[in-house]
Design a protein around this ligand. Sequence first.
Ligand code: NAP
Length: 676
Amino acid sequence: MTIQQVSSFAAGDWVKPGKGAREIASAITGDPIAEAGNAALDAQAMLDHARDVGGPALRRMTFHDRARMLKALAIHLGQHKQALYDLSFDTGATQKDHLIDIDGGIGTLFVFASKGRREMPDGHVYLDGGVEQLSRDGSFLGQHVCTPLQGVGVHINAYNFPVWGMLEKLAPTILAGVPAIVKPATSTCYVTEACVRLMLEADILPAGALQFVAGGLGDMLDRLTCQDVVSFTGSAHTALKLRSAPHILENSVRFVAEQDSLNASILGPDADPDSPEFDLFVKEVCREMTAKAGQKCTAIRRIIAPNDRVEAVIEAVSARLAKTTIGDPRKETTRMGALVSASQKRDVLDKIAVLGREAERVFGNPDDFAVDGADPEKGAFLPPMLFHCADPDGAQRVHDTEAFGPVSTVMGYRDLDHAMALANRGEGSLVTSVITHDGDVARQAVLGAGAYHGRIYLNDRASMKESTGHGSPLPHMVHGGPGRAGGGEELGGVRGVTHYMQRTAVQGSPDHLTAIGGQWVPGAAEVKGPAHPFTRRFGELAIGETLHTAAREVTLEDIEHFAEFTGDTFYAHMDAEAAERNPFFPGRVAHGYLLISFAAGLFVEPAEGPVLANTGLDNLRFMKPVEPGDSVKVRLTVKKKTPRTEDYGEIRWHVTMTNQDDEQVAEYDLLTMNAY
Ligand code: NAP
């Protein structure tokens, strides 16, 4: 049998295992399959390569450029994922587990690619929030901006997700414009290496954007600066050791930690044994216990059920777990594969001995279970094991001992407050689920347990078909949790990208802010174009290009005509006395929608041209009523340009309508699609 030489990719070269290399065994057979690690790896050269070559190349690109690279990577990996599946079986994972790890990782790339194009600018600066008025006349303003850190993201991952674990960190890092050095856990790094090779062979990323360490990092962490980020996933023990290193503390190196978590699932007080929620609860619990053989940071470790339903839960969960076929993950009939290694199996056995002091094992016997198609003595197999803790208030270990395998403990609660108190005794976790059909229970759970959990997953008969599962961190949603879970936050859409950027409060004039953000800020200089802006193509329009229209008088006939035509005969437009009684109106006033229709009539260029469609209005405000006899005029300014497809892009126009006294009566952003 050939032993895979898992190489590192350092400063542009593949480096084979060398001094200090570690042997890696198959989770199924226990036979050695790979070796990884090389103590001679030059950590400083890798950091220099990332900082001097990868970072500048990434920062020259726009968010959209980088988003397009993520999409291309996702497509490429999707075309070659079979190779990753083939390798991954040796980690003990089944084909279903591969969907979580490999397809889940690719899906995460796609989501960040899409979010980068939709929610971030085709520029270099990400604006965080709106403009802050810092002066009376608007000549001095504030804006929070995010720019990429000028260092490197060092990603240290746990063994359980060799692909997703890498890609969920890589996607936001690359999108931010920061190069990454990826260090997976050694026990499954042969899968990660294959994925890195695929990405590098595709030649999509610029040189220096992605480097890879198989084995130990050497002294890399002692060489980091305030421009670097360590993003760590693994045990609390390792996290504490790494994050408390003097060099990390002295230099305030950002350290994001995702670590152990005693996640819980609560069966709502409303869910009787014959309700759809009860079945749903049992299914979710069993799925979380057996997927990845329970080696998921989000797996349900504590099953919290009303006291009078504890027995029914134990019975139903046990009956379902009894159907779990354990064995060679390559076999289609296998529902649960092996743990990653013999040492992980030992660790779980040690931990269940600890749990056994406070809870009784009511299902699953590690000394007596069937394994299909593999040798139970050689592979790291364990059966699902269910415990029951009769006194969860008096117990401690069931709330703080993470057996990272197919293990969970049932405990009973008196009322919802008690259930939340038990869930919160995990002292901070990644996710708690509440299976309830009662909105009040859901609300109380979020109020009572939100502060202790990074995610609260609610499910019931209405959402069960489409729900994504207790254990699935989604790229759109925050992943992380307080306290024991590490206090970190990853993903969460663009939030996850900003973890690799510096937020800076910028103060200055409207012209300064326009130049920095690439979008026109009211008060900044206007640009006079050579022709009506509706006759100009996407690429020709300049930020700040402005049209001032002629004025138009608004008459009572206009208002009555509009009211009858549209059916909007609201009293403020039709009944002078009633309108006067209203604190907002001096008398009969024009409809707001009439005004924005008049605005269009004033600024539109009717002939066929590059403006393809009006796709919406944002931030519409009516500031001052318009009475019959008033006249209105419009200023239309190119605020922001966003490429959308090969053929057209979106123009965001800033529109203000003023009256004959130059008082603002309405303001909004108009969106159009314009041909290139
Ligand atoms: P681990 O032993 O703490 O290892 C995690 C990572 O840290 C591995 O890549 C490991 O590399 C590396 N590491 C260890 N010592 C290091 C050092 N001195 N310097 C640099 N790197 C070092 O955890 P694990 O056994 O892989 O994973 C299981 C744990 O991860 C569980 O506790 C689980 O709860 C947690 N987890 C959390 C999440 C989450 O998102 N919160 C997700 C998955 C897993 P080597 O393998 O080379 O030692």
